[in-house]
Design a protein around this ligand. Structure first.
Ligand code: PHE
Length: 356
C-alpha cells in the first residue's frame, strides 16, 4: 500500500470513528487516537524520513490535509454535542413562570371581612374604638345583663343555639347565672356589657363579630352571620346624638345621597328603641324591588341604653346616659354588590369570591 493510500485510510478511519461517537464523553475519549503521537497519522509522520526526497513534499501536504479534515470533523462533532448539552440543561432548568402563577395565586380577604374592616375604618374615623368578645357566651352576657331575664317573652326574638357541655358545670359566668347555660351569642350586644364592666365611661366603641341563630339557610338568612354593635356612654347623651351619629355614619359609608331615619320599635335593652333605615342604595329612594317600593331599607336596631343595663354593669344611670345600635354586616355587603343570594358568600366557590 502506498503512503498516500495509508494516509487516506487513516483519515477515513479517524473520520468514521468521530462520526460513530455519540456524546461528548466518547468523543473526548477518542482524542488521543486522533491527534496523539500514537494516532495513525502520528505514526505516518514518523515515517516521513523514509519517504523519497521527491515524494516528501506531496506526502507532507497529504498528511497536513488529512490532519485538517480530521480536526474539522472533530470540531463539528464537538460543537454539536456541546449545543445539545446546553439545550438539555436549559430545558431542565427552565422556570415555568406561568405554572407558578397558576399554582400559588395570591388570595385576598373575604368580602365580609373587607366590609367589616371598612365599617371599622369609618367608625374609627369618627372617634370610636374597636372591641371584641367571645363567640360562646353565658346566658348572663347574651340575655340577662341586657335586661332579658330568664322568662322574658322577648327571648323568643332570638333563636338561640345552646352548647351541650355534658357535666362540665365548672364553667361559671362569674355573675351567679346558670353555669351550664353556655350558648353561641345571638347578637353582638353582649360585648357592650363586657366593655361597660371593664371600663368606666365615657365609652365610644364599636364591636364587630360573628353571631349565631337557629335559622335555616335561605337567600336572606344564614345561621352564622356578622353584626357590628355601637355603644356610646357619656354625660348628657340623647336620642339626637344617636340620630346624628347614624346619619354621619351613613353618609361616610354610603356616600352623601344616602340618608338614615329612625322608626319606633322595641328592644328590651334600649328605651326608647328604634329600627334604623337607610335610603335604598339600589334605587336611591325612588322605590324598587329590593326596597319593596318604599325607598328605604331596614339596616338594624338602636335606642337609648336601658337604665337597668347600665345598673347591671355598675354604671350610675342617674349620672350617665348612652345609646347603642347594631346591624348586620353580611346583608350590607350583598346590598352594596347586588348579590342575590346570601348563601353564595359562604359556599366558598373561588370563582364567586374572586370577584370582590
Ligand atoms: N342586638 C339587636 C339585634 O341583634 C340589635 C340592637 C343593638 C338593638 C343595639 C338595639 C341596640 O337584633
Amino acid at each position: 500500500m502506498s503512503v498516500h493510500e495509508q494516509i487516506a485510510e487513516a483519515q477515513a478511519e479517524a473520520v468514521a470513528s468521530i462520526e460513530q461517537s455519540n456524546d461528548l464523553e466518547s468523543l473526548t475519549a477518542l482524542e488521543p487516537s486522533l491527534f496523539g503521537k500514537k494516532s495513525q497519522l502520528g505514526s505516518l509522520k514518523r515515517l516521513m524520513g523514509e519517504v523519497d526526497a521527491d515524494d516528501r513534499a506531496s506526502v507532507g501536504e497529504a498528511l497536513n490535509e488529512a490532519q485538517r479534515i480530521i480536526r474539522e470533523a472533530h470540531g463539528v462533532a464537538k460543537e454539536r454535542f456541546l449545543s445539545a448539552t446546553r439545550r438539555d440543561q436549559l430545558e431542565a432548568e427552565r422556570l415555568d413562570l406561568t405554572e407558578s402563577l397558576e399554582s400559588s395565586p395570591q388570595g385576598h380577604l373575604h368580602l365580609v371581612t373587607q366590609t367589616m374592616e371598612r365599617l371599622e375604618d369609618v367608625f374609627v374615623g369618627m372617634g370610636f374604638t374597636v372591641s371584641e368578645g367571645p363567640q360562646a357566651e353565658t346566658d348572663w352576657y347574651n340575655f340577662e345583663a341586657l335586661n332579658l331575664p330568664a322568662a322574658h317573652p322577648a327571648r323568643s326574638m332570638f333563636d338561640t343555639l345552646y352548647l351541650d357541655l355534658g357535666d362540665r358545670t365548672e364553667i361559671g359566668d362569674g355573675q351567679g347565672g346558670e353555669a351550664t347555660n353556655i350558648l353561641l351569642r345571638t347578637h353582638t350586644s353582649p360585648v357592650q356589657i363586657r366593655v361597660m364592666e371593664m371600663m368606666p365611661p365615657p365609652i365610644y366603641t364599636v364591636c364587630p363579630g360573628r353571631v349565631f341563630r337557629r335559622d335555616t339557610a335561605d337567600a336572606s338568612h344564614m345561621p352564622v352571620f356578622h353584626q357590628i354593635e355601637g355603644l356610646v356612654v357619656d354625660h348628657g347623651i340623647s336620642l339626637a346624638d344617636l340620630a346624628g351619629t347614624l346619619n354621619e355614619f351613613t353618609a361616610a359609608y354610603f356616600g352623601g345621597s344616602i340618608r338614615s331615619r329612625l322608626r319606633p320599635s322595641y328592644f328590651p335593652f334600649t328605651e326608647p328603641s328604634a329600627e334604623f333605615d337607610i335610603t335604598c342604595v339600589i334605587c336611591e329612594g325612588d322605590g324598587c324591588q329590593t326596597c319593596q317600593r318604599t325607598g328605604w331599607i331596614e339596616l338594624g336596631g338602636c335606642g337609648m341604653v336601658h337604665p337597668n343595663v347600665l345598673t347591671n354593669c355598675g354604671i350610675d344611670s342617674e349620672e350617665w346616659t348612652g345609646f347603642a345600635f347594631g346591624f348586620g354586616i353580611d346583608r350590607l355587603a350583598i346590598m352594596r354588590y347586588g348579590i342575590k343570594d346570601l348563601r353564595d358568600m359562604y359556599t366558598n366557590d373561588i370563582r364567586f369570591l374572586r370577584q370582590f
